[in-house]
Design a protein. Structure first.
Length: 323
C-alpha cells in the first residue's frame, strides 16, 4: 500500500502505519460513520481520523472521551514496550481529526464560511506545557459551499486534499488536476484498485461456477455408487426417513403451538393495554368529577359564609335598635 505525505499543522509528515482502533465505542455509532481509523505519524504522534455523515451531538465531549482513551492506550503500549526505561517524555501527541459531511448546528450557526476549527489546551497565565491532546474539526459541507463560490480557487495543499476527499463534481476534479497534476496518479490508482477488484470478483465467480459443476458431478457419481448398496438397507433407510418425518411434524406442531401461544400473549397484552386505557379514562373522569365537586363545595362554602356575614350584620343592627 502506498502512503502519501501531506502537511499537518504546518509540518511535513508521513503515515507510517495504520493502527487497529481498539477503542470501545460508547454507543452504536457506526450508522453515522463513513471512516474511523487510527494512524501513527513519523514523529510518533497518533491521530484518530473520523469521517462522519452527520455530525454527532456533543461533538466536543465525545471527541474528548476518544482522545483520552487513545492517549491511555498509547501510554500502556509504550510503557509495556520500554519497561523500566519508560518516562512520560516518550508519550507523543494525540490528535483527534473529525471531518463532517454534514456539520451539526454548533458549527453552522457559528460561521457559514469557517470550515476548520482547531482546539488545544492552554494556560490562562501563558506558561507553556505540552498537554498532548489536540483536536481539529473540518466541515466539508461548509468547505464545499465556500469552494464553489464564483471565482474561488484552491489555495492550499490542505484544500487540495479536501477537494479530493469530498468532491465528485467533474469541474472541481478538473480544477484540482490543473492545480496539482499529482492527483491524477492518485485517481488512476484508485480506479485501478476498483477495476482489479471487479476483475478478481469476475474470476472468482467463474472459478466458483466450475467448482460447483465439478462438485455436482462428484455428487452424482457418489449417488450412483451408493444406489448399488441401497437394496439391502432400503427398508431401514425408509424407516429412518419416516422417523425424521415424524420428528419434523412434531417440531412443526410445537412451532405452531408456540406461535399460537405468542399470538394469545399478544392479544392478552393488547387487551391489558385497552383495559389500562379504560382505567385511565375512568380515573380522568373521576378526577374531573372530583374537581367539579370541590368547586361546588367551595362555592357553597363561600355562599354560606356570605349568609353568615349577612346574619351577623342583621343581628348587630337588631342589637343596636334594642338599645
Amino acid at each position: 500500500m502506498r502512503h502519501y505525505g501531506f502537511a499537518f499543522e504546518g509540518k511535513k509528515i508521513k503515515i507510517l502505519k495504520v493502527l487497529p482502533n481498539e477503542s470501545a465505542k460508547i454507543a452504536a455509532e457506526s450508522s453515522l460513520l463513513i471512516m474511523d481509523i487510527v494512524v501513527q505519524f513519523e514523529d510518533g504522534s497518533i491521530a484518530n481520523v473520523e469521517v462522519q455523515k452527520v455530525g454527532y451531538l456533543f461533538s466536543g465531549q465525545r471527541s474528548a472521551c476518544y482522545s483520552s482513551d487513545l492517549l491511555l492506550r498509547q501510554y500502556k503500549r509504550v510503557r509495556l514496550e520500554l519497561g523500566k526505561s519508560f518516562t512520560y517524555k516518550e508519550i507523543k501527541k494525540v490528535y483527534t481529526i473529525v471531518l463532517f459531511e454534514k456539520s451539526n448546528a454548533a458549527f453552522t450557526k457559528f460561521s457559514k464560511e469557517q470550515y476548520i476549527h482547531r482546539f488545544e489546551q492552554k494556560s490562562d497565565t501563558g506558561v507553556e506545557m505540552d498537554l498532548l491532546q489536540e483536536y481539529t474539526f473540518i466541515c466539508l459541507d461548509i468547505f464545499n459551499n465556500t469552494i464553489h463560490n464564483k471565482g474561488r480557487k484552491i489555495e492550499s495543499r490542505l484544500e487540495e486534499w479536501l477537494v479530493f476527499l469530498s468532491q465528485d463534481d467533474p469541474d472541481m476534479i478538473i480544477n484540482l488536476l490543473n492545480c496539482n497534476p499529482e492527483f491524477k496518479r492518485i485517481y488512476e490508482e484508485v480506479y485501478t484498485i476498483c477495476l482489479n477488484m471487479e476483475r478478481m470478483m469476475s474470476m472468482f465467480s467463474k472459478e466458483l461456477e466450475i467448482l460447483d459443476r465439478n462438485t455436482v458431478k462428484l455428487m452424482v457419481d457418489e449417488m450412483i455408487e451408493e444406489y448399488t448398496k441401497m437394496t439391502e438397507e432400503h427398508a431401514k433407510r425408509m424407516e429412518a426417513l419416516d422417523e425424521v418425518g415424524r420428528q419434523m411434524e412434531a417440531k412443526q406442531e410445537k412451532l405452531k403451538a408456540d406461535e399460537e401461544k405468542l399470538k394469545a400473549d399478544e392479544e392478552k397484552l393488547k387487551a391489558d393495554e385497552e383495559k389500562l386505557k379504560a382505567n385511565e379514562a375512568k380515573l380522568k373522569a373521576r378526577k374531573e368529577k372530583l374537581e367539579i365537586d370541590v368547586a361546588k363545595q367551595k362555592e357553597r362554602a363561600e355562599t354560606a359564609e356570605a349568609e353568615v356575614e349577612y346574619l351577623r350584620k342583621q343581628l348587630a343592627e337588631l342589637q343596636k335598635s334594642d338599645k
